[in-house]
Design a binder for this molecule. Structure first.
Ligand code: FES
Ligand code: FES
Length: 161
């Protein structure tokens, strides 16, 4: 076991971790931040996406000890200060960008990174960006719509599948 200190959703945490403990295990099992999901064991689904020092990371692809000193943000840390949904979360709700919701935390974290890099993405750019996030329910169409809407763009032209 080794001690690790990091800031998660603005709070400093210090815990003992196993050398092979994944960041996603640390978040879910030690901190009980279970909004970060595990949907595969091959680092393909994106359900575990979080931000580490502002970068999009699949939390199943990183050891907790590697986050020593890092600023980590999970889905639990992205709502507005008054607790209301942020613009991306609200857009997912407004445009029915989820069904079972399993992929949604990862989708929202991934979308936030896209819009930080590219505030007005085209539909094609959104679809390309989401290659690392798998949704088994929606067919992606309404997720793309939601992200376009969150970027302040007209979604009437988003192509139907
Ligand atoms: S659980 Fe991390 S990519 Fe699937
Ligand atoms: S809403 Fe069910 S997996 Fe995406």
């Amino acid at each position: 076991m080794t001690e690790v200190t990091m800031t998660v959703n603005g709070k400093s945490v210090r815990r003992a971790v196993r050398g092979n403990e994944l960041l996603v295990e640390f978040l879910r099992e030690q901190l009980r931040l279970t909004g970060t999901h595990v949907g595969c064991d091959t680092s393909q689904c994106g359900a575990c996406c979080v931000h580490v020092n502002g970068e999009l990371v699949k939390a199943c692809s990183m050891f907790a000890a590697e986050a020593e000193g890092a600023e980590v943000t999970t889905i639990e840390g992205v709502a507005n200060a008054d607790g209301s949904l942020n613009v991306i979360q609200q857009a997912f709700q407004d445009h029915h960008g989820l069904q079972c919701g399993f992929c949604t935390p990862g989708m929202v974290m991934s979308a936030a990174s896209l819009l930080k890099e590219n505030p007005k993405p085209t539909e094609a750019e959104v679809r390309h960006w989401l290659q690392g996030n798998i949704c088994r329910c929606t067919g992606y169409h309404n997720i793309v719509k939601a992200i376009m809407a969150a970027s302040g763009q007209d979604v009437a032209t988003v192509a139907a599948e």
